[in-house]
Design a protein around this ligand. Sequence first.
Ligand SMILES: C[S@@+](CC[C@H](N)C(=O)[O-])C[C@H]1O[C@@H](n2cnc3c(N)ncnc32)[C@H](O)[C@@H]1O
Length: 342
Amino acid sequence: MPAPRPFVAEVPHAPDGRVMIEPMSADDAPQQATDVAQARVLLIGIGAGDPDYVTTQAALAIRELDVLFVVTNEEEQADLVHARREVVDRYRDDDDYRTVELRDPDRPWKDTPHYADAVAHWRSQRVELWEAALAEHLAPGQTGGFLIWGDPSLYESTLSIVAEVQARSTASFDYEVLPGVSSIHALTARHRIPLNRQGGAVQITPARLLGSGIPASANDVVVMLDPSTTFMRLDPTGLEIYWGAYLGTPDELLIAGPLEQVRDEIVRVRAEAKERKGWIFDTYLIRRVLAERRTKASERRVRQVERRAGEIERRSGHDRRATKHVTTDYPPMPGGAEVQSL
Ligand SMILES: C[S@@+](CC[C@H](N)C(=O)[O-])C[C@H]1O[C@@H](n2cnc3c(N)ncnc32)[C@H](O)[C@@H]1O
């Protein structure tokens, strides 16, 4: 059986080299070779909030789907379900696909001291469920897909579960991963900062592993999956934070500054937002201010704030989003959100 053509090779280009995304209808989308009997599963990163984060490759993949697998769970936020629906509606103008809901097994590990065992059990239930669903709903030659928030490789089990299903499955399918704009990259873009410092390493961690503080060897740490403001438990000396919530959405919130000076403000703003919306997604970068560079860095930040104030004046009236302002002490970000930058 010939191997399926990789999806990445199918992005069509106009003769002048431009990617042909706008004029295409679903009928024009690249067709699967007729002699390919194997089913395909596409794990499509859709970016972490803004529908404009969807890449051309992801948009074309959405148009190719015969079956859209939608994973739901008891905690699924209506806003996130809506965001995925918006992405499909934007990039698909036909109803010529089926939607199959995969109801997640309950997640018992919040209440259990045996975290690793509970997660392993949940994963094996998921593998069985998905294996059965793929066998039942995806015929040979068809393309199925999962829309994955942000990037599929970052704190997402979909990728490894599909890999496991494929490895043990009697059903024959291949899968591809289409990258997306992660919440980390949305965070650094909105704060207009590099993720790493020159030649430096970056550590990415769930808040759960920060219990004993920032590792001594780490100068830049991105923290995700933090339901309980873990930064409040860190010794703030010499640390600054770049915090963002609901990144890429109209509710986006940004706060940055020395941890000691802005942490209470983050807690206050976060609690208010969570109360108002009923849920929150936030991510932050904790950066150690290297001692010998502290003075220079503070001077530079003052200059940045002054420069930004000038830019805002020049661009006033160009705000794209009606984003909530978290403070009035500092000039707003050009995209609409305000950044508190001390
Ligand atoms: C299950 S992980 C998924 C991460 C996703 N795959 C990505 O690439 O960003 C969910 C965590 O990602 C972060 N996150 C996702 N979307 C976000 C957003 N729009 N704003 C802030 N944080 C976000 C939060 O830390 C949240 O707890």
